[in-house]
Structures are given as structure tokens and as C-alpha cells.
Design a protein around this ligand. Structure first.
Ligand code: GTP
Ligand code: ZN
Length: 261
């Protein structure tokens, strides 16, 4: 067994080559970074393929779009998990998210509590994907990890836990193999998350729903799709092929990222 020091620069997901006692890190396919509360940037995991964005009722608006853009920038395939589908109120949320995202990213609807809807997600992960879940506190990420990898046995939050900090005593990142071939990384400090901020350019080129519509696609480099003449995104909004609420969300996020520069 070769021990790896925390300061070695290796992160969960790294591939290494071991010769005797010498450990050499192999080049990374992808790198996922996060921002901590003080603004510091940390590498979360290497060689991930997919980013699972977990949402439930009352998830903050804009969260999914920001996470999709971040994933695409990091060359991870994003997907959306709508959790707690056993709750009646979730059906309206699910219908809305399906309207918005189906066609751009996979959308899975499930209940970890009732163990329903897990199979399509398991099949997706078992296509050889290595992934990580992100989402705001309380959306059900620990419950989902427990349902997908029963041997993990994570502590699931209770309502009384939501009064402050320090719920996760463990800070060790672990890679869990699913029985069908997929892999999930559990990174406690990342679960609540700050993804590294996205730029206006990244937002305008990766915003979900602005992908190619047949022949139409904005072909201008660095187009912000706001006032530029003959921008295809603006045209698609006029034609009703990009819904008004999606364009408004885009403009809201665009102002936000421009203001934070
Ligand atoms: N009704 C219902 N409740 C759920 C489901 N999954 C999780 N919950 C509840 O939601 C609460 C939060 O669940 P967690 O799994 O701890 O959520 P989390 O996203 O890991 O939360 P953090 O660790 O704070 O980031 C708990 O009270 C769970 O019992 C579900 O499928 N249905
Ligand atoms: Zn444009």
C-alpha cells in the first residue's frame, strides 16, 4: 500500500502510476473546482465525467443553470436530479424542469425515501460514468447516495440539524463503485457548494436551451445575446423558440456575472 499525503497535490479520482515507492500522477482528463466561503479556490476531484445537480422544492432559482454552465466549462456532462418526488408538490416543479431542460440535459425524477425512480439514474451512471452530486443543503443528496450505494451509510439530516454549521464531521473524499460499473465521489465539503464563478463568456456559450436549433445558432464569438444585431438567440426569442422566461433568466445571470467582475 502506498500512502498519499494530503499535501501531495493528488485529489480523489486521480490516476497514478506506481513504480516501487514512487508515485506519479497521470494527466487529468477533467478537473472540478470549487470556491470556499472566503473565496479560495480548491480542486474537488479529478477525472469526473458527469455532474449531478440535485434539486427539490425551494431550491434557489438560477442554481441549475449556473451548475450546468460550470459543468460544461469543466467538460463534465451535467444532469438534473429532481428528488423527493414522493411529495405531491414536486410534480409541478418536475413538469417545469422537464419543459426547460429535456433536450439539453438528462432529467431524472426519483424519491430516495420510497426508492422509486432510481433505475434510470443507475443505468445512466453505469454507462461507465464517474460523477458527483451537488445541490443546496437539504435537497436529499446524502439520502440519494445512501440509496445508490447502500454501503456508504451517510448521516441524513433531520430538521433540527439545519441550525448552523458543522454537520459534516468527515472531510475525507471517497470514491464509491456502483455494482453496475459507475462511480460516485462523495466530497462532504463540496456538497453545499460554491462552484467556481462563471464568466459572461462562459454563460453566453453554455446556457442551457441556447444550443443549436436546427440551422440556427448564434455564430458570433463572445456574443452576449443582448443587443447584438443578427444574434440568433435574440431571433429565436422573437420567434418563440426560446421561451421568454428562459431568456429573462439568462439576462438576470448575465447581469450578475458582469457585476461581479
Ligand atoms: N419526502 C422525502 N424526503 C426526503 C427524501 N430524501 C431526503 N429527504 C429528507 O430531506 C432531508 C434532507 O436530506 P439529506 O439527504 O440529508 O439532504 P442533503 O442534501 O444531503 O443535505 P446536506 O447534507 O445538508 O447538504 C431529510 O430530512 C431527509 O429525510 C425523499 O426522497 N423524500
Ligand atoms: Zn448571440
Amino acid at each position: 500500500m502506498v500512502r498519499v499525503k494530503r499535501s501531495s497535490g493528488h485529489v480523489v479520482g486521480d490516476d497514478v502510476e506506481v513504480t516501487g515507492e514512487v508515485l506519479r500522477r497521470l494527466p487529468r482528463r477533467t478537473e472540478l473546482r470549487r470556491r470556499d466561503a472566503r473565496g479560495g479556490i480548491h480542486l474537488v476531484a479529478a477525472n469526473l465525467d458527469v455532474l449531478g445537480i440535485v434539486v427539490a422544492l425551494n431550491s434557489p432559482s438560477g442554481f441549475i443553470d449556473r451548475a450546468i454552465v460550470s459543468a460544461r466549462v469543466a467538460q463534465l456532462q451535467p444532469f438534473v436530479v429532481v428528488s423527493k418526488c414522493d411529495l405531491d408538490d414536486t410534480s409541478a416543479l418536475l413538469a417545469n424542469l422537464q419543459r426547460i431542460y429535456v433536450g439539453s440535459v438528462p432529467v431524472f425524477a426519483l424519491s430516495a425515501k420510497n426508492q422509486t425512480g432510481l433505475a434510470p439514474l443507475q443505468a445512466f451512471l453505469n454507462e461507465g460514468h464517474r460523477g458527483v452530486f451537488v445541490g443546496s443543503s437539504g435537497v436529499g443528496k446524502s439520502s440519494l447516495l445512501n440509496a445508490l450505494c447502500p454501503e456508504i451509510d451517510l448521516k441524513v439530516g433531520t430538521v433540527s440539524d439545519y441550525n448552523g454549521l458543522g454537520r459534516h464531521t468527515t472531510t475525507v473524499s471517497t470514491l464509491h463503485a456502483l455494482s453496475g460499473g459507475g462511480e460516485l465521489v462523495d466530497t462532504p465539503g463540496f456538497r453545499d457548494f460554491g462552484l467556481v464563478d462563471i464568466t459572461a463568456e462562459e454563460l453566453s456559450s453554455h446556457f442551457p436551451g441556447f444550443e443549436e436549433h436546427g440551422e440556427m445558432r448564434c455564430r458570433f464569438r463572445n456574443c452576449r445575446h443582448r443587443t447584438e444585431p443578427s444574434c440568433a438567440v435574440i431571433r429565436l426569442v422573437e420567434l418563440g423558440q426560446i421561451p421568454d422566461d428562459r431568456y429573462s433568466m439568462y439576462l438576470e445571470l448575465l447581469s450578475e456575472v458582469e457585476a461581479s467582475r
